[in-house]
Design a protein around this ligand. Sequence first.
Ligand SMILES: Cc1ncc(COP(=O)(O)O)c(C=O)c1O
Length: 406
Amino acid sequence: MKFSKRAMQVTPSATVKVSNTAKAMIRKGIDVINLGIGEPDFPTPKIIADAAIDAIRSGKTSFYTPASGLPQLKEAIAERIKQDYGVVYPADQISVTNGAKMALYVLMQVLVDDGTEVLLPRPSWVSYRQQVNLAGGKPVIVETGTDFKITTQSLDTAVTKNAKVLVINSPQNPTGTVYSRDELAAIGQWAVLHNVTLIADDIYGKLVYNQNQFVSLVQISDEVAASTVLVNGVSKAYSMTGWRIGYLAGAPELIGKVNSILSHSTGNPATVSQYAAIAALQSDQSAVETMREAFEQRLNQIYPLVQQIPGFKLAAKPQGAFYLFPNVEAAVDLAGLNDSGELVDQLLAKAHVAVVDGAAFGMPGYLRLSYATSLEDLVTAVERITEFMNQFLEKQVSGGIGIETN
Ligand SMILES: Cc1ncc(COP(=O)(O)O)c(C=O)c1O
């Protein structure tokens, strides 16, 4: 069998892979703590699950819906965007997709031609790059500073005449970075000036901590909003990763193209999940706040502990999402390893903790640790990693060589 060039260049998602390996070890009875995972550990709130059960029982879920989603769900999304952002999108400027991942995939199909350049911050989420490649485009990396943020200066350095799209993900996976209104305004104006379409991946928008504020690109100005496609979904905020409901909102012509592709590819997202999503978006939002507070508490407890792991260096405290992204170059050296990928393997095999190599996000020398797991497991995981690293520290001390650990 001969495979297409597209299929030959695509690699499996590193985050999904590490999570699957950890889950397989757990199934074999090995006590692995999985910090590789990119999904909340809470069950979907009961009110949402009950709405799905009611929809099944009342016979509403046996049939196709429009490929771009139920009109009632589009209305619920429009209302939620209006309430959360103060921005109005008519329901026909919204498409419902199988998770935000599919929204982003279809967008690349709609916006990217052979050779189109898509500006992606380094680091950024694993799938953007692959989705750009699958659309025939060229990912162009925009460098960030120690705060993991791009600026108009780094954009000026990266941009070429073929650059047509820029993806902004705030709060950001894998760093937890949140862009301020001023920073987004500068980036938004830059994009308008350069005729670059912005994709605002707001999937972690509800998960912001310690009085930090989330702002979306679509809130900056009418001009910036008109150049932006908004991507969001229910996965992270409502603990609904398995239900696969995401959405995008943008200009009518763009939505028309997206809907045509959806009608020939996924068809509609599962009807039952769409009814669940209506309940999620319309019901009392207190469950979202309860989960947000739990993540905040975990971040506040775990951040200082991770800072103390020998060889782990954390930049400023993350403001959102549920990830820590320490630099581990000193830990790699201390353990006598070649790179952060080897450290990931060692931590899984020896300390029984699963984490993701920063290389998957374009940044080798870093690890992504998810705190979407119980505080108890988090503390144990950090103890295990610390113990694993301490053995090398002890060897160095007994050998008389000092090391700066933080
Ligand atoms: C930055 C980012 N965007 C989009 C997604 C996709 O989310 P979903 O397809 O579950 O809605 C994820 C999931 O990990 C993510 O981290």
